[in-house]
Design a binder for this molecule. Structure first.
Ligand code: TRP
Ligand code: ZN
Length: 464
């Protein structure tokens, strides 16, 4: 899904495209690019099409760690296509079709190439299916984190930032191509499968239960999740009526109850700060202790390993629902737009709840020596994929946000933040677009020094 595609679609209605297709008959399509040339992850994503919807049907046997899957993607060709790629790591591909006809499937590394029986015309909507099975892989990312498919004592947990989703379903695995999802997961009776969006049915048949989840707001592939295992579920509504669905690993229930119980209050507080809640439901998945190395803002329902759960972390992951999940980075280098704001949300939470003020947090960070890791590179310029989740992206990112607040004053700053989340809701944004947005909305203020020093400058700024 691409907010620009709607414009192109309006300009060229189906009938015109059909007519053009007719005129160009005989001109062969070309293969779509194998990557989107993301500066940090050049092979992620694929060219030549734009995904609108994924429907995943998964069946998992925890005892054998065996997954059987089918992925159906509804997409639109953005060029005449003879073939196109999906990102997929491991497993075995057992079949592929495009528009119901068998398609050739070839694999090289994490690239899966589908060659339809007939070329696809630019603008054509098409449906691709891939069936697959095997034991999904745990991937080690360039930043050293383990993700993809993580086994737990009684089930599994799928986490995908930045690349891990390709371990359990083939997709256009880049944040710039968001799509809606249906995810159906069948597991042994007695276990649950928790995912993004809303649970629309759970049906038990012959000792196995199928949980069907529906995500109607566009989602980046790195935010898709499935948590399989015994989970205690609590449902309710926040004060303003947002439905929540919390799933907590039973062994962690007692020690996490207080923090999980504050979720509705945190979401309501964030609505006041950041604007309307962008999704149709919320909640949290408290995964078993030690099951994952990082918490993740999986859409609607962040995943937090029990041993990492505290109020600030929950506020951080929930803030990502606005910054990252609704307003999604255009490229991986724009990640500070996620982590800077989510870290700043922790500072704001502390400020409003009897802890240190944001200014005190800022001062504490600024006091760090010039050789400290937080000054290693400018927030919007991680030097390599290995550094995409390093301190400058988080801490110095939050310092940029704080400088902006100081320059504009509280009223203008919070109005601007709410304007940003509204303007870019369910879309993508780059650092350059953020800077332009801020500059346009704060006319009369010259923010060039702020950007040059805090956002783009190398090393520790000379003055706070
Ligand atoms: N987004 C996660 C969080 O803030 C952390 C994380 C995991 C991350 N993998 C990453 C951040 C890759 C940037 C890039 O809780
Ligand atoms: Zn974060």
């Amino acid at each position: 899904m691409d907010h620009r595609s709607a414009i192109r679609r309006l300009a060229l209605p189906g009938a015109v495209l059909l007519a053009l297709g007719g005129c160009t008959g005989g001109v062969a399509g070309k293969p779509g690019a194998a990557g989107l040339r993301d500066g940090l992850f050049p092979k992620l994503g694929n060219g030549g099409y734009d995904a609108d919807h994924y429907s995943l049907v998964l069946d998992y046997d925890p005892a054998r760690a065996h997954l059987t899957g089918s992925m159906t993607m509804d997409a639109r060709a953005t060029q005449d296509l003879s073939a196109f790629n999906l990102d997929f790591a491991g497993m075995e591909v057992t079949g592929a079709t495009v528009d119901g006809r068998r398609a050739d499937a070839n694999r090289a590394g994490t690239e899966l190439t589908l060659r339809p029986a007939e070329d696809l015309d630019e603008g054509a909507r098409f449906r691709a299916t891939v069936t697959y099975s095997g034991t999904p892989k745990t991937l080690t990312d360039q930043d050293g984190s383990h993700e993809g498919w993580l086994r737990t004592a009684d089930g599994a947990l799928a986490l995908g930032e930045p690349t891990g989703s390709m371990a359990w379903f083939p997709s256009n695995n880049h944040p710039s191509d968001k799509a809606t999802y249906d995810i159906a997961v069948t597991v042994p009776r007695g276990l649950r499968a928790v995912s993004n969006g809303e649970l629309t049915s759970s049906v038990t048949n012959g000792g196995r239960t199928t949980y069907t989840w529906r995500t109607r707001e566009p989602m980046a592939s790195y935010l898709a999740t499935v948590a399989i295992g015994a989970y205690d579920v609590t449902e309710g509504r926040t004060r303003s009526g947002i439905p929540f669905y919390d799933a907590v690993a039973p062994a962690a229930r007692k020690e996490t109850a207080d923090v999980v119980g504050r979720l509705p209050e945190i979401v309501e507080w964030e609505r006041e700060k950041f604007g309307p809640y962008p999704f149709s439901s919320t909640g949290v998945i408290v995964a078993p202790e030690g099951s994952a190395e990082y918490a993740l803002e999986t859409q609607n329902r962040p995943v937090v390993p029990a041993d990492q759960l505290d109020t600030e972390t929950l506020a951080h992951e929930l803030a990502h629902q606005w910054f990252g999940d609704s307003v999604t980075p255009e490229r991986w280098r724009d990640m500070w737009l996620n982590e800077g704001f989510a870290t700043y949300a922790e500072w704001l939470w502390s400020e409003d709840h009897g802890g240190d003020s944001a200014q005190e947090h800022f001062d504490e960070e600024y006091a760090k020596d010039g050789s400290d890791a937080i000054w290693a590179f400018p927030p919007a310029a991680p030097p390599s994929a290995a550094r995409v989740s390093d301190q400058p992206v988080y801490v110095r990112g939050a310092m940029v946000v704080h400088q902006l607040r100081r320059a504009l004053g509280d009223d203008a700053f919070f109005a601007l933040v709410r304007g940003w989340t509204k303007d870019r809701a369910h879309a993508n944004a780059s650092t350059e677009e953020f800077v332009r947005f801020v500059d346009e909305r704060s006319s009369g203020k010259d923010l060039d020094d702020l950007w040059d020093t805090w956002l783009y400058g190398d090393g520790k700024p000379d003055s706070p």
